[in-house]
Structure formats: C-alpha cells, structure tokens
Ligand binder design. Structure first.
Ligand code: NAG
Ligand code: NAG
Ligand code: NAG
Ligand code: NAG
Ligand code: NAG
Length: 798
C-alpha cells in the first residue's frame, strides 16, 4: 500500500543515493497553480511553458528548478523567484562627530536597503554601527525644586562651569539646558489654601519663603554658553508641595517632546538628567485630583515656558514615556538618592534607554555621575527594530570588537569610542500578505538619530500570471490560460477544458480520489475527464487508477530497492527465487553456513538468511568455527597440533589436516600461561608425556596456537618416592583417625561424668527438702537486756 510516509522515506533514500536531489515535496504537494507551487517550499519552481509535459506521460509543473530543466522546460518559462537584498543608500561611516568642518555624521551603514522576500527563503544583510569620536552632546538638567532639594540647589549653582569643563574632555561640542519641576499645583498634590497661594511655605518655621508649586518650567534652552546656566540656577527658588511624590514624569515628557523649545539638536546625543530625592507620581494618580484625561503625549508649553496642561491631564504612563524618549533619542539618567535607587532601578527595566545613578544627599557627586552615565551609554550599541511587520522574522548575529560572531545578540557592550561593530541580520518572510501591501521597518541603534530604513516587497506572484488570457484557444476557448494551465469555466473539465461534465466539480474530483479525504490522483497525477494521468517520475514509473502504485517505493536494504533481489511492485517486493523477506534480503541458501568440518555452523549455531547465528556462548566467526572457550576447543585444536607438529593423530597423513588446520602455530621453549585471553590445553601423548599449548583468538580474527616444541616427559615421579608417599599417607591417615577417636571418647567420658555429678548433687538437695526429714540439732535463743555505761545493747544468739 502506498502511503505518503513511505514516499517521503524513499525520496530521502534516493537523496542519499544520488547525493544532490532533495526531498521532492514540490510534486507531492499537488499544486494546481504557479502561486500555490511557490508557497509549498522556497526550492519549488513552476514551469509555465505551454507544451511542457504533454508527451506520452504527464509531469508535474511544480518541481525543483533543475528537474524542470532536465525535463525540457526552457529556462525563460521557469518561475523561480528568490529572496534578495539590494542596498539603496550606503554612505560610509564617519570617523569624527564634530570639528572645524561640520558635515553630516553617519554612524550606521547602510542607511537604506530594499528586500525582496519569497516566503520561507531566508536572506540576510549586514549593518555596521560606529560610535564616532567627539560626537556633539546635549544635556538637559531637569531638577526637582521641592523644598527638600534646597541644599542640592546650592550645590549646583556652579554646576554649569564645572560640567562644561569635564564634558569638554569628551566632546568639543557640548550644550547645556535647565528645567525644573515640583508637582501639579492642585489639591491634594500641593497646598492650595488662600494663605498658601503666594507662598506655600507661609508659617513654615525652618524656611518661611518659597514660590508656588508648578508642574514643569523650562528655564534655559540648550546652549553652549554655560555661564547662562549658572546665572539661571542662581535665580531659582525652591517650592513646597504637600504629598511626598513629585510630578517629575510630567516634566520628563515635556522635556522630551518640546523639541524646538528645549533646543535638542538632531546631530547630538541627548542626555536628560533627572535629579530628585523622592518617588514620582504615576499614571492614574491624577484621579486623586479629579484628572481623568490621560496624557496625550504632546508638548504643552505656554508663553512663559510653563507646562500649561498640568492641571488638565493625568501623569503620563511609563509606556508613553518610553515611547517618547525613544522617539526623540533621549537617554534618561535618573540621578536619585540612595533610598530611591531600587525603585528607579525598577523603572529602568520598564523604560528602555534609561539608567539610574546614586545622587549624594546634596548633589555633590553630580558631575561624576553624569560622566559615568555618559561613558556607560557610549560603551554600548544596541539595535532596536521599529514597526516590525508581524510576518517577517528577523534574527541578529552581533560581531563586536573581538570579531567573534554572537548569534542571537543585537547588542555590543564594553566598546571604546570609535569601535565599529557589525550585525548580520537574517530576514525571512513567513507568509504572503494580501496583494499589494508592501511593508517597511526601521533598524535603529538605541539613542542614535541614525537609522537604517528597510523596504520590503514580496515575491509571491508569478510573472506569467500577468499574461493570463481569458477564453484562450489553448483552453478550448472556454477557460482562462494562466502559467501553462487552464482554469475552465464551470461545467468544463480537463487539462484543456476538453471535457464537459454534468456533475459538479467536486463530484468530478472524487472520481479521481482513492477515498474521501485523499489527494486527487494521490497527489502524483492530474485528473482529466475522470481519469488520473500519472506524472512521470525521475525515480521510476507511477501507475494505478489513482496513481497510487509505483515501482520505486518498496522496502530497501542498505539503500538498495528490494536488496537487489526482487522487483518492486506497487509498494511490495516480489523476491527472486532463493530470497525471502520484506526487502528480499534473506537468502534461503544454506551452503555458506557449512563449516570446514562439514557441520552446519560448526554445530554451534543455526543458519538464518544464509548466515550463521552462533548460539554457543563465546562462539564466533562466519561459521561459528572460532570458540576458545567452548568445552571441546582443546580437543579440536589438539588434533591440529598432533598432525601439524608431530604428524601423528587422527588427521596425520591426511589432506584434511591442511584443510582444517589453518591456524598459525608458534612453538616455544617454555609456555607462558598467564595470558587471560588464551586457553591452556594439555593432553597426554602415547608415550605418557604431557603436551601443553595455548589457544587464543586475535582481534583480526586469526587464531594462534602457541605450543611447546616437545611434549614434557622425563619429569615423571620416582617409584620409591611414590611408595614412601603412599606409606606415609596411610600412616598419617591412621594417626589422624586414632587421634579423632581418642578425642571423641574423651569428650564422651567427660559428659558422662558431668551428668553423674549433677545427678548426685540433685539427690542431695532433694534429701534436704524432704518434709519427713528433721534436722537433728535444735537451737533456742534467750533474750538478755543489760545496761552498761548508759548504752543499751541488744544481743541474742540464733
Ligand atoms: C523592584 O522589582 C523587584 C523585582 O521585580 C521587586 O521584588 C521589588 O519589590 C521592586 N522594588 C520596588 C521598591 O518596587
Ligand atoms: C549572515 O548570516 C547568514 C545566515 O544566517 C550567513 O549565510 C551569511 O554568510 C552571514 N554573513 C556574514 C557576512 O557573515
Ligand atoms: C468569454 O466567453 C464568455 C462566454 O463564452 C463570455 O461571456 C465572456 O465575455 C468572454 N470573455 C472574454 C474576456 O472574452
Ligand atoms: C534484512 O533487513 C531487515 C530490515 O532492514 C534487517 O533487520 C535484517 O537484519 C536484514 N537481514 C540481513 C540478513 O541482512
Ligand atoms: C582423513 O580423515 C577423515 C576424518 O577426519 C576420514 O574420514 C578420512 O577417511 C581420512 N582419510 C584418509 C586418507 O586417511
């Protein structure tokens, strides 16, 4: 019975035998159109040639491209699209970021590519990224101005100058900006009672004067005049809010999205330093103040550079923050006090492109902190994919500074400025999208403005489909001719629409199916006017009314169909005479099992399929003739020693000695008997000498007999010695017997005596307790009391 599994298995076997051909899933899939064929597997091709395969037998139009060519399809008719990559823009990487001649800095290469993807066919492209030296840096310092930050404000009064000095060592193009925040100026976040309206610190003893609370105030746009920073910071005054959390996330969002007002440059790293000493308010906290409108992610700075929607919209969510930071290539550095480190560390896991550093209580370490964060950011490159289409799978292999490819990684760390890293990106489309949808996505290193734009188009269509002709004469003028096949009008059937059928098309197809649910013509032929026309196969003939039979998918042995001893007939081997078995590998011949001595498998096994299967433990060899450990091993080898060395014994002067005794015989002076693999044999010769030899099997199957040159005679025992020994042993045995007898008697006597003793003592005891017995002596006691020296004595005799 033919089944798809056997088919697959045999195709695999064919592949092993012929080397190049793969599994022919193209033909098996029974594709009826070019598009279907292309979807089966990326290695399938379609032949659109009109007269292809219309000879004596049909052949599938869907096959491997080289098979189609072999069968006469001209190459211009073969539809075989494959995935490809073409680079559209490839400006080389820059080496320096700024300098006297300002030009466009390029940190990623290439910048634009286009991919043509055939589903399932993988293609790849390479991306190089370099952190260029001396890249411009924009740093916006966003500071919490709630009351507790008062000492910090004092510390950073001269921050601008010092920071510019330090950053000057890293980049020649540095700009600094400043903004501040407190919290939404509404209840319950801030003090709103009339007496606090002008001065929320009213009545607060430690620090009686401060400014009203505000959501976010942009104070200084990014500038290279760092003195301005110092000036502005001098002017700042702290404020006071009611609850512990601050409204900093409102400020981060505004600082990110108000690009023009803040002055972020396109060609620069964007660092946003967020200094605070308390936790932030999060999305939904606004509901406490009655703010139900979620944040819209837009810039809302008014003419005074203040956040105008502070009391209209809720705090932004972490997701929105992350999105806006990434969109504007901003690295957020949380500079927070030690107490808050864990909380903000958790935020960094949720907002990509953020780091957290510990700020001293009074911000003393702020400069070192910024430098650290900057170096940290600059030492890594991580690719992100934007607008990743769902049906395209991307896999990255990073090659970092050491040149080792790291599969599955899209990130390099510990880089030096100026290092170039490359990423190999493999792309594969999983399916065909609806016609006409072209996709695109972007690959961007985190925090870089540079990006690689990738446009994708799909190779799902066949070019021959464009020239489809309706009512074509090829299709008897009643069908559409498309890529070599006819799609017939309803009611017409056949490869050329040559049949007219009253029944519905599904009825027509079922006539070509072996059973309901099976493929039309077993997927190996075409149904034409209710008859299967089977394809020609490179492996052999396909036949049967449903193309279910063939002469090549039979059982195989060692890759040979029916072991070469039978004919394949519709899935079953018909074995030649002399062979049996599913794959005809079992010979009924027994002559190879006869051993040299004429026995079947040397009498130590049975003959199965023309080969001995040795049953005697330790027996081996083609006819089980070898067996050092068999009980009769010494016996058979003895005959060989006799006839070969001494020309005596049963086989002497007999041709059979030459035939049976092919073993190598080594003669030695003294025989070593400590070899565990050798069996020691000895036998007595006619003249009462002892012949010794060992028998061993070598790894190469050769058996070796190592024998003494001569039998050991001479050393026979002396008659006198024998006599003495015999007499001595008799005497010894006698003495031993006597001693034993004596011992037994002694033990017996002792036991008897002991028994007598105990009987006697029992007799005496019994007499003592006899009720009739009266002791002859009786004693009487006289009580006497007398005083002497004031002491009383009690005495008595019993
Ligand atoms: C931070 O996250 C860890 C693990 O997710 C959690 O165990 C810990 O409680 C979080 N800490 C804070 C302060 O939220
Ligand atoms: C990129 O990866 C693909 C397979 O994933 C491989 O065939 C190709 O050779 C690689 N290219 C380079 C330049 O290493
Ligand atoms: C094809 O033939 C059918 C009827 O035979 C007709 O209705 C149809 O318009 C024709 N189509 C074309 C494109 O000629
Ligand atoms: C015959 O083929 C079967 C199945 O492949 C295998 O198990 C068996 O060992 C083969 N017999 C011989 C004698 O090769
Ligand atoms: C040789 O030995 C075999 C037995 O091993 C015996 O059958 C045969 O008759 C002998 N032939 C001669 C010539 O002695």
């Amino acid at each position: 019975m033919w089944t798809p599994r056997i088919w697959m298995c045999c195709m695999l076997l064919e592949t092993f035998m012929h080397g190049v051909r793969g599994l022919n899933m193209c033909m098996g899939g029974s594709a009826t159109s070019c598009e279907e064929c292309l979807l089966i597997h990326p290695s399938c091709a379609w032949c659109a040639q009109e007269d292809f395969g219309r000879g004596r037998t049909l052949t599938s139009r869907c096959d491997f491209s080289q098979n189609l060519q072999k069968r006469g399809c001209e190459s211009q008719f073969i539809e075989f699209p494959s995935s490809s990559t073409s680079v559209l823009k490839n400006v080389p990487l820059s080496s320096k970021g700024s300098g006297p001649t300002q030009y466009d800095v390029t940190q990623i290469m290439p910048q634009k590519i286009s991919l043509s993807l055939r589903p399932g066919d993988q293609t790849w492209f390479e991306v190089q990224v370099r952190q260029v030296e001396d890249y411009p840096v924009d740093l916006y310092y966003l500071m919490d101005l709630s009351l507790s930050m008062k000492d910090d404000l004092d510390t950073i009064r001269n921050l601008g100058t010092k920071l510019a000095q330090e950053m000057g060592k890293l980049t020649s193009n540095f700009r600094l900006g400043f903004g501040s925040f407190v919290d939404k100026n509404m209840s319950p976040f801030s003090y709103t009672a009339p007496k606090y309206q002008e001065n929320p610190c009213n009545g607060y003893k430690l620090f009686p004067n401060c400014v009203p609370s505000f959501g976010f105030r942009h104070i200084l746009s990014l500038t290279d005049k760092v003195d301005r920073f110092n000036e502005e910071v001098q002017k700042q005054m702290v404020s006071r809010n009611r609850d512990a959390p601050e409204g900093g996330f409102d400020a981060i969002l505004q600082a990110s999205v108000c690009k023009e007002r803040i002055g972020w440059r396109k060609e620069a790293y964007h660092l946003l330093v967020f200094a605070t000493d308390d936790v932030p308010h999060l999305a939904l906290d606004g509901k406490l103040g009655g703010l139900v409108q979620p944040h819209d992610g837009r810039c809302h700075l008014d003419g005074n550079n203040e956040y105008s929607a502070s009391t209209m919209m809720d705090y932004p969510s972490l997701a929105l923050l992350g999105e806006k930071l990434a969109e504007n290539n901003i690295y957020l550095i949380f500079a927070v006090t030690k107490r808050l480190y864990v909380i903000y560390k958790n935020f960094t896991a949720l907002i990509p492109g953020t780091t957290v550093e510990i700020l001293d209580q009074d911000s003393k370490n702020i400069i070192q902190l910024i430098i650290n964060a900057y170096n940290n950011i600059r030492s890594k490159v991580e690719l992100t994919v934007w607008d990743h289409p769902e049906d395209i799978s991307l896999s990255f292999t990073a090659t970092c500074q050491d040149g080792q490819p790291l599969p599955g990684l899209r990130k390099c760390a510990d880089l030096k400025i100026g290092d170039t890293v490359s990423f190999n990106v493999s792309v594969e489309a999983r399916s065909c999208p609806p016609r006409g949808t072209d996709q695109s996505f972007t690959i961007k290193p985190v925090g870089f403005k540079d990006r690689l734009e990738v446009a994708v188009d799909y190779r799902c269509d066949c070019s021959c489909s464009r020239t489809a002709r309706a009512n074509s004469s090829i299709c008897s003028s009643i069908g559409t001719y498309n890529c070599g096949t006819c799609r017939c009008e309803p009611g017409y059937l056949g490869a050329r629409c040559e049949c007219q059928e009253g029944e519905t098309s599904s009825m027509y197809l079922s006539a070509c199916r072996e059973a309901e649910g099976k493929q039309v013509c077993s997927g190996r032929g075409e149904c034409s006017c209710n008859q299967c026309l089977c394809y020609e196969s490179e492996f052999g003939k396909i036949y049967g009314s449903f193309c279910e039979c063939d002469d090549f998918s039979c059982a195989r042995h060692k890759g040979i169909l029916c072991s070469g001893h039978g004919e394949c007939h519709c899935g079953e081997c018909k074995c030649h005479a002399g062979y049996i078995g599913d794959n005809c590998n079992c010979s009924t011949e027994t002559s190879p099992c006869i051993s040299d001595d004429g026995q079947m498998c040397s009498g130590r096994g049975s003959c199965v399929c023309g080969r001995c299967q040795c049953t005697e433990p330790g027996a081996f060899g083609d006819t089980c003739e070898k067996c050092p450990t068999c009980p009769d091993a010494c016996g058979t080898k003895r005959e060989c020693i006799e006839c070969r060395l001494f020309n005596s014994g049963r086989l002497a002067d007999n041709q059979t000695c030459q035939r049976l005794c092919k073993d190598e015989i080594i003669t030695v002076e003294t025989l070593k008997t400590d070899d565990p693999g050798a069996v020691l044999c000895l036998y007595k010769t006619d003249n009462d000498c002892v012949m010794k030899f060992t028998y061993s099997e070598h790894a190469n199957g050769q058996s070796v007999l190592t024998a003494l040159q001569e039998p050991e005679c001479g050393g026979g025992p002396d008659a006198m010695m024998v006599l003495l020994a015999v007499v001595g042993s008799i005497l010894l045995v006698g003495i031993v017997l006597l001693a034993a007898w004596k011992l037994v008697i002694t033990i017996h006597d002792r036991r008897e005596f002991a028994r007598f003793q105990s009987a006697r003592s029992r007799a005496r005891y019994e007499m003592a307790s006899n009720p009739l017995y009266k002791h002859p002596i009786s004693t009487h006691a006289v009580e006497t009391d007398f005083n002497m020296y004031g002491k009383s004595y009690n005495g008595g005799v019993h």
